[in-house]
Write a protein that binds this ligand. Structure first.
Ligand code: HEM
Length: 225
């Protein structure tokens, strides 16, 4: 037990926990995007699905507390690790060797911050209804909360569309590096596998972002109304 604890105190241990918590969050984001695509099936499908997610309070709060814990541990350890790395690097580099690193890997901190700000805005907007009070308590003809109406109303507003598209840019950049790097940290690193893992990371990142953009633009362009 003591050995396990001291392993997680090391940089390698912390990297592993960051990778594991990150992969848990990726699973949520994929699941969330697939569920939200039911917007294209119409109000009944999306509102029924949203009601299913909310109707079992124990499930809802387990998921919420689980997600919050993953976010807190993931960000807390990432900050600790980057501070430790900075301290260890006693001499600042004068020449930055960026040739090997992709844009996504160089912008992990900034894309992470953009993502965090976006999620904060998103929760205030669509979950708490603080940004658009009018739609938070509406019911549809079957008595379910009108989540479909809320989403359609949201993406008819060009300002909201711009904020969500910026969020997708942060999400796409973060995921495209994070997935492959997490899988490598988990011990999957082999020379022959590296390219495959990188491709997998970019593919999952693209899939999530394109799915979300389809929802945003589907409404904005009037395909869904
Ligand atoms: C176009 C993209 C997205 C759409 C249309 C969307 C839609 C929604 C909606 C409608 C809700 C509220 C559900 C309800 O009131 O029952 C919600 C909640 C939430 N969304 Fe999103 N979402 C999007 C992207 C994202 C992304 C990228 C993330 C995370 C990175 C995210 C994380 C969350 C979380 C954590 C909740 C709260 C769930 C809860 O109530 O426990 N969403 N989303």
């Amino acid at each position: 037990m003591v050995r396990l604890f001291s392993h997680f105190q090391s940089s390698v241990g912390k990297k592993m926990v960051i990778a594991l918590t990150g992969l848990g969050l990726v699973a949520y984001v994929v699941f969330h995007m697939l569920g939200n695509l039911q917007l294209f099936e119409g109000p009944q499908a999306l509102n029924k699905y949203a009601a299913f997610l909310r109707d079992i309070p124990i499930l809802l709060w387990t998921v919420r507390i689980g997600l919050l814990s993953l976010v807190v541990v993931h960000i807390g350890l990432a900050i600790q690790l980057s501070m430790r790395n900075r301290r260890a690097r006693s001499v600042e580099y004068t020449i930055h060797r960026y040739r090997q690193a992709s844009i996504a890997s160089r912008t992990m901190t900034i894309s992470g911050i953009v993502l965090l700000v976006f999620v904060g805005f998103h929760l205030l907007h669509l979950t708490a209804g603080v940004i658009d009070l009018g739609f938070s308590e509406r019911l549809d003809s079957e008595g379910h909360r009108d989540v479909y109406g809320k989403v359609v109303h949201a993406f008819q507003n060009p300002f909201i569309v711009i904020i969500y598209l910026a969020g997708q840019l942060g999400l796409g950049l973060h995921l495209s590096h994070a997935i492959s790097s997490s899988l490598q940290t988990m011990g999957l690193e082999r020379a022959a596998l590296n390219r495959l893992l990188q491709g997998l990371g970019v593919a999952i990142g693209l899939l999530v972002v394109l799915g979300n953009i389809a929802i945003i633009l589907g409404v904005f362009l009037g395909i869904v109304h």
